[in-house]
Structure formats: structure tokens, C-alpha cells
Ligand binder design. Structure first.
Ligand SMILES: [Zn+2]
Ligand SMILES: [Zn+2]
Length: 325
């Protein structure tokens, strides 16, 4: 989604959770990609915090794809875009919730079941048991929803734009942070991913969501160095484009979906070309073809929908007779 965050979770039971919706200019991409990955409305949309690079693409997603529930930290943010988003949720009658702890059981974090043993545990915020973090570099960032996705023995940690204060508080609380996959905090800014935090997470894979050639210098050499020091394999959307990570409950497989974003003027790191799509379908049509099928050659890019994996192409479609994909 360029300079911002957006991650889609699909559970083995078919539940879908969208974590953030990128900046406003990402909405075309999200409206193109999400219907290929999600059937019906999203089960849950999580806005980690009310900044534009996380909520900008959400209004059109909520209208075009739909959502059953919406979760955000409940942090007051006097911005027009956030106010408009809340008004849209009300208009669409999408229930808005905050991760509120039961004061009688303060040690019991909010957990969201995703079916077949998969779940999301909200590690921050922890109101009303813990107050929002205040007087930080950015209180909106510091009170990002931090969640740990569990699938068997695989854990994925989503950190939003969490600040050093958030990381420190989670360490003090003894929150379960260990995760094979870390969605690196704050686009790889030097303010996130402190060494003590990474020592606890011990990520094998670290995913950085950032825009190619962004003005913030994300990801920063400092954050990259700290990730390297804990032995994490770093994946960057600014270089690779869309990424898919698949868990079998024991291991995580990484597959770039691409395409790699165009290099910023003035160069940048050269990238291997994205893998060619294997399958394609006429948008809204009942069949799918091999991507190189003659039948598909006549279609315009807007008419065709490409898939790297057969199971995605085959969802709701049957194989075409002409190319037998
Ligand atoms: Zn951000
Ligand atoms: Zn932010």
C-alpha cells in the first residue's frame, strides 16, 4: 500500500481480519485485491491507531467490501479523516469496539477467536486496567493496537506504529511477545524495534511496510541493524511489493506476490522481477484460465484478475475447458 500499513489475515476457518487500510491513495489497490482474497464482508477490521497512513484506504474498503465489526484503540484523535471514518461506521451500522479488559480479571487479555484454534490476542491497549500511555513522542502511535496472532505454534506480532514506551511497557508487563513473524513497528522507524524488545520477540521474519523512496527515510539503518542483530530475515514491501506469509501451524512460508513498486527517481535497490501470475480470470466470470491462455490475451488489464495460486483462482470458479488450468 505504499507508505502505510495494511495486512490481511485469513484463518484456516476462513475468518478474515484486515489490520489497517494504508494511506488514502491505497484504496484502489485494496478494492482490487481484497475481493480476490475475501468472500463476503471482512469479519473484522482493526485500525491500529487513527493516523492517515493506516486509515486512509478504509472508507472505500468499508463501503466496497464491507465489515462485520471494527476495532480500534479508542484513542481520541481530533482529525477530520478519523471523525469521518467514525461517522461512516455509524452510517454503515458496523459495530465499533475497543479492547476493554475486565477489571475483575486484569491479567486476562482480550482474545478474538478466528476458528480452528487460531486467535488474536490484544496486548495493548489494556484499558481500563492500564491507562493510555501519555507524554510520549506520539501518543497516537504509542497506543497502537498491538496484537499477537496464534496459529498452532506459529505467532505473528502486529505492532502498528508502537513507540519505545509501548515496547517498554509490554516488557514490564511480561506480555507474551515471542513471534516467528514480526510486523515491524512504525515502518522501520528508528523509534521502534528497540534491542530489548527484539530480544524478547526473537523474530525469524521481520516484515516492514513502507513506501518506496518515502520522505521519512523508512526503514532506517538503525532499525535494520537491530533486526539483523537478532538474526531476522527482513522483508520490505517498499522493495518486494505485496507479500504472502503462510503458516501450517508449525512453520511459516514466505511468498512474494509483488509486483515490486517502481524504483523512485534517482535509483534505489534493484529488485528481482515479481513472479508471473499463474492463473487469470475474466472479472466476475465463472471460469479461470492459465495466465498465458489465448482466451485471456484479448482482455484489458481492468477486465482480468490474476492469481499466483491455483486455489485462489479456483475459489468460486471452475477451470476453463480450453486450457485446462
Ligand atoms: Zn504509520
Ligand atoms: Zn502512526
Amino acid at each position: 500500500v505504499g507508505q502505510g500499513d495494511a495486512a490481511l489475515i485469513r484463518s484456516p476457518a476462513g475468518r478474515t481480519v484486515l489490520v489497517d487500510g494504508g494511506p488514502p491513495q491505497a484504496d484502489d489497490l485494496l478494492l482490487r485485491r481484497l475481493p480476490a482474497l475475501v468472500q463476503g464482508p471482512l469479519d473484522l477490521v482493526v485500525l491500529t491507531h487513527p493516523h492517515l497512513d493506516h486509515l486512509g484506504g478504509l472508507p472505500r474498503v468499508l463501503q466496497g467490501v464491507g465489515a462485520r465489526r471494527f476495532l480500534d484503540p479508542g484513542f481520541e484523535q481530533p482529525s477530520e479523516s478519523y471523525r469521518d471514518l467514525l461517522a461512516l461506521l455509524a452510517r454503515l451500522k458496523i459495530p465499533l469496539r475497543q479492547p476493554t479488559l475486565d477489571p475483575a480479571r486484569p491479567g486476562q487479555p482480550v482474545t478474538i477467536g478466528l476458528g480452528e484454534g487460531a486467535s488474536l490476542t490484544v496486548l495493548w491497549p489494556r484499558r481500563p486496567v492500564e491507562p493510555f500511555l501519555a507524554n510520549t513522542r506520539s501518543d497516537a502511535n504509542a497506543n497502537s493496537v498491538v496484537m499477537r496472532l496464534t496459529h498452532g505454534n506459529v505467532h505473528v506480532l502486529f505492532t502498528g506504529d508502537a513507540e519505545p514506551d509501548t515496547e517498554e511497557r509490554l516488557l514490564e508487563l511480561g506480555a507474551p511477545l515471542r513471534a516467528q513473524v514480526l510486523k515491524v513497528g512504525h515502518h522501520g522507524s528508528r523509534w521502534a524495534s528497540s534491542a530489548p524488545f527484539l530480544a524478547q520477540v526473537r523474530p525469524e521474519v521481520a516484515v516492514i511496510s513502507a513506501g518506496r523512496g518515502n520522505d521519512y527515510g523508512h526503514p532506517t539503518p538503525e532499525a535494520l541493524e537491530r533486526l539483523r542483530a537478532v538474526g531476522a530475515r527482513v522483508l520490505r514491501t517498499d522493495l518486494a511489493g505485496e507479500l504472502r506469509l503462510e503458516s501450517d501451524g508449525t512453520r511459516v512460508r514466505v511468498e512474494p506476490v509483488g509486483p515490486a513498486p517502481p524504483a523512485a527517481p534517482g535509483g534505489g535497490t534493484p529488485q528481482a522481477p515479481a513472479p508471473a501470475p499463474g492463473y487469470t480470470a475474466y472479472r466476475g466470470g465463472p471460469v479461470f484460465h492459465r495466465a498465458d491462455c489465448r482466451a485471456a490475451a484479448k482482455w484489458t488489464p481492468a477486465q482480468r484478475e490474476d492469481f499466483s495460486r491455483r486455489e485462489d483462482a479456483a475459489r468460486g470458479r471452475r477451470p476453463a475447458k480450453d486450457c485446462d488450468p
